[in-house]
Design a protein around this ligand. Structure first.
Ligand code: URA
Length: 233
């Protein structure tokens, strides 16, 4: 198990890779910057949204627009601030005009999210809305059937409690969804207090494999002088 400092270092290195990513030609050409994610690299609680919007693309930080304000307020209601959690998205680049992410884009971006989950190793992951819920459950069941119901899923080599929530952007416009989202979020502290789920047996063979060659899609590292937006605590 790596130390906190090593984990931050590794996260920074994944961020550097993502910053130069051109796997989605359209998104790479229309984004202002990659919105990697921000928060506490040692967080027990991680949120995964859909994709950056205009404000996030401009500032390089997830959930800084209206939906983000609501997320902050919901977090504060259960005693959390941003520095206590880690917030990321299924897509690290803004889809033009805020269109829905395409399946190929979600697939292209998946490894960055998997690396974030592996390194942060949260106890609970809240998926926000349909896209991240379907991605991390590997299933097409929609959020209206799943919200507020925690389940144990294996992501990479770790078992984690997944807790799907309505997306705050949806709750901004529909009162009933907001009430439901508040009630679901109110159960988060109890969920975090549960024991860690039983972990799968480590795959010993993996240790014996030679280092794999870098993947063919390995993104370029952008050596531009712009400040990276990785708000790590
Ligand atoms: N909606 C998301 O899903 N993510 C953001 O970062 C902002 C809005």
């Amino acid at each position: 198990m790596s130390t906190s400092a090593e984990r931050r270092e590794e996260l920074r290195s994944v961020f550097e890779q993502a910053r130069g990513c051109t796997r989605c030609a359209q998104l790479a050409s229309t984004r202002t910057q990659v919105v990697f994610g921000a928060g506490n690299a040692d967080a027990d609680l991680m949120f995964v949204g859909e994709a950056p919007g205009a404000k996030e693309d401009e500032q390089g930080v997830p959930f800084v627009g209206a939906a983000g304000k609501l997320l902050d307020e919901l977090l504060a209601g259960v005693g959390f601030a941003r520095r206590d959690v880690f917030i990321a998205n299924a897509l690290k680049c803004r889809p033009p005009g805020n269109r829905d992410p395409l399946p190929a884009e979600i697939d292209n971006c998946r490894d960055y999210l998997m690396e974030q989950v592996r390194l942060i190793a949260p106890r609970v992951i809240c998926t926000l809305g349909n896209f991240s819920t379907k991605l991390l459950r590997g299933d097409t069941t929609g959020i209206s059937r799943l919200h507020g119901q925690a389940e144990i899923v294996t992501i990479g080599s770790r078992a984690v409690r997944l807790y799907p929530l309505y997306h705050p952007a949806a709750a901004l416009y529909t009162r009933a969804l907001l009430d439901t989202l508040r009630a679901d979020v109110a159960r988060l502290p109890a969920l975090l207090a549960l024991d860690l789920p039983a972990q799968p047996e480590p795959i010993v063979e993996a240790v014996l494999q030679p280092d794999p060659a870098p993947p063919s899609w390995a993104p370029q590292i952008d050596d531009g002088s712009d400040e990276p937006q990785l708000g790590l605590f």
